[in-house]
Design a protein around this ligand. Structure first.
Ligand SMILES: Nc1ncnc2c1ncn2[C@@H]1O[C@H](COP(=O)(O)OP(=O)(O)OP(=O)(O)O)[C@@H](O)[C@H]1O
Ligand SMILES: [Mg+2]
Length: 477
């Protein structure tokens, strides 16, 4: 369970915040002053601090500096009211994760918390290389094939240099894991690691997210904002899915690599920035260059150190090893004993082409374990999980699709108005969540994993749709 410390002298805010975050499934500590907060930072293991900038006694910025000195990788979100925004901006320059203006909307705050916790996990949870961790809760790069041995050597060679690295390979081959391993073994391991997913953020936002902006740079830019690259000064920036980065931003990244400086949007000043770039993509960059979607000069600059992750089907000997690893890991996460796997099922695994690579293998085992009752995973169980997928697709195409359309037509015929779309989407989302909860016997964490949602998002959706399950109390941690 993630543990969050709130430092704010406002009793009411602290208490309501505490309640809200506890409902979201977080463990919450609180302190009314910087001094008390620091004590908790020294003595407890925390994943995130939310800090008010205006505090009696030791002020927020001093408190931040001390926390950052003790635990440089502990993310800190600064809360600020109008009038103290400049200080909050300064604090982000010193390494605070981000700041949020008071009063804030709860969903915005929860989203920021989710992002910060994710960043924290990336920086602080070590990726094991070719060593299966004993407690299975950690990420590890598993595989003994000669292809993977080459990857481990490459990680070892490039990590301690400051060279930019380009990681390529099909979806699900482990590019993100490799990026984290390089960072963790680099000379910058004690400095920040910031992840930017170039497809997940809309183009206009991506630019301000990366480079920041000056007050008045565009309508709505009421304050200066420090971008992620500037914030990662002396650290590492992971540009995930770089093949999808808009072309005008590619020019700016190239300039950063050549001149080691950036300019904020609407700013004239060049800001010297020392960051190491690690980039990843599953796109065919050569084809993107011919199509004019990717700059050749950036490609040439990035490709000097390229790590190619081979698809799983080209390193068949890793499949049984990975299958054993995921079985142990997911059983441990579920708190059950590892049922093992029959030889026949392993043989089926080894022959499967795994177009979704390691991610698909992990998902298959995770789903098979949901229905398993303790006997070794059999080929029938595997077939069931695999068929179920195609079965669901088929039934959606014929039957399910027809039923859904019928219902939608009825809604469209009998209702109209502004939120018809949202309310239909809500009905579907609510059904999906309640089905997932049914499959997972009311266990929210497992249902969240099944749906690919974070636990806090799952919790807020259960609240939103007021889903009631007698078994909802059965949490797994
Ligand atoms: N060699 C490996 N050992 C153990 N787990 C792995 C390995 N490779 C990948 N995984 C796991 O598979 C999943 C997908 O890996 P990852 O997110 O790194 O893939 P990716 O190459 O970044 O995919 P995409 O292109 O879709 O973003 C993750 O859960 C990761 O932990
Ligand atoms: Mg990825």
């Amino acid at each position: 369970m993630n543990s969050i410390l709130i430092i704010d002298d406002d009793d009411q805010l602290r208490n309501s915040f505490k309640k809200l975050l506890a409902e979201e499934g977080y463990k919450v500590e609180s302190a009314a002053s910087g001094e008390a907060g620091l004590n908790i930072v020294k003595n407890e293991s925390l994943d995130l601090v939310i800090l008010d900038i205006r505090l009696p006694g030791m002020n927020g910025i001093e408190t931040f500096k001390k926390i950052h000195g003790i635990e440089p990788k502990l993310p800190v979100i600064i809360m600020t009211a109008y009038g103290t925004t400049e200080t909050a901006i300064e604090t982000t320059k010193l390494g605070a994760f981000d700041y949020i203006l008071k009063p804030f909307d709860i969903p915005d705050m929860l989203e920021l918390i989710r992002l910060a916790l994710n960043a924290s996990r990336f920086m602080r949870s070590p990726v094991g290389i070719d060593t299966i961790p004993e407690e299975f809760s950690r990420d590890a790069i598993v595989g003994r094939s000669t292809e993977m041995q080459e990857i481990y050597k490459a990680i070892g060679r490039v990590s301690p240099t400051d060279a930019s690295v380009l990681i390529r390979g099909e979806s699900g081959t482990g590019k993100e894991l490799v990026a984290r391993a390089i960072y963790q073994h680099s000379l910058r391991a004690e400095k920040p690691f910031l992840v930017i997913n170039c497809v997940a953020i809309p183009e206009t936002l991506l630019e301000s997210e990366l480079f920041g902006y000056e007050k008045g740079a565009f309508t709505g830019a009421t304050h200066r904002r420090v971008g992620k690259i500037e914030q990662a000064h002396e650290g590492t920036v992971f540009l995930d899915e770089i093949g999808d980065m808009p072309i005008n931003l590619q020019a700016k990244i190239l300039r950063l690599l050549q001149e080691k400086s950036i300019e904020r949007l609407g700013g004239r000043e060049k800001i010297g920035t020392d960051v190491r770039i690690i980039a990843a993509t599953n796109r065919d960059l050569e084809e993107a260059i011919s199509a004019g979607r990717f700059r050749e000069d950036l490609y040439c600059r990035l490709k000097v150190v390229t790590i190619w992750l081979p698809p799983l089907r080209e390193r068949q000997s890793d499949i049984p090893v990975l299958a054993d690893y995921f079985l142990s890991r997911f059983s441990a996460e579920k708190g059950i004993s590892n049922p093992g796997i029959t030889g026949e099922a392993k043989a089926i695994f080894s022959k499967h082409p795994w177009p979704g690579n390691v991610r698909e293998l992990a998902n298959t085992i995770q789903k098979a374990l949901i229905f398993n009752r303790g006997a070794p995973l059999s080929s029938e169980e595997i077939a069931q999980v695999k068929n179920e997928k195609s079965h669901t697709v088929d039934s959606t195409d014929d039957n399910g699709d027809a039923l859904l359309r019928q219902w939608l037509r009825k809604e469209l015929a009998t209702r109209s108005g502004e939120n018809l779309f949202d309310s239909c989407m809500d009905s579907i989302a609510s059904l999906m969540i309640s089905e997932a909860l049914n499959i997972c016997e009311g266990n929210r964490s497992r249902a969240a994993k099944l749906l690919g949602l974070s636990r806090p998002t799952m919790h807020s959706k259960i609240e939103k749709y007021r889903l009631k399950f007698e078994t909802l109390v059965k949490e797994d941690n």
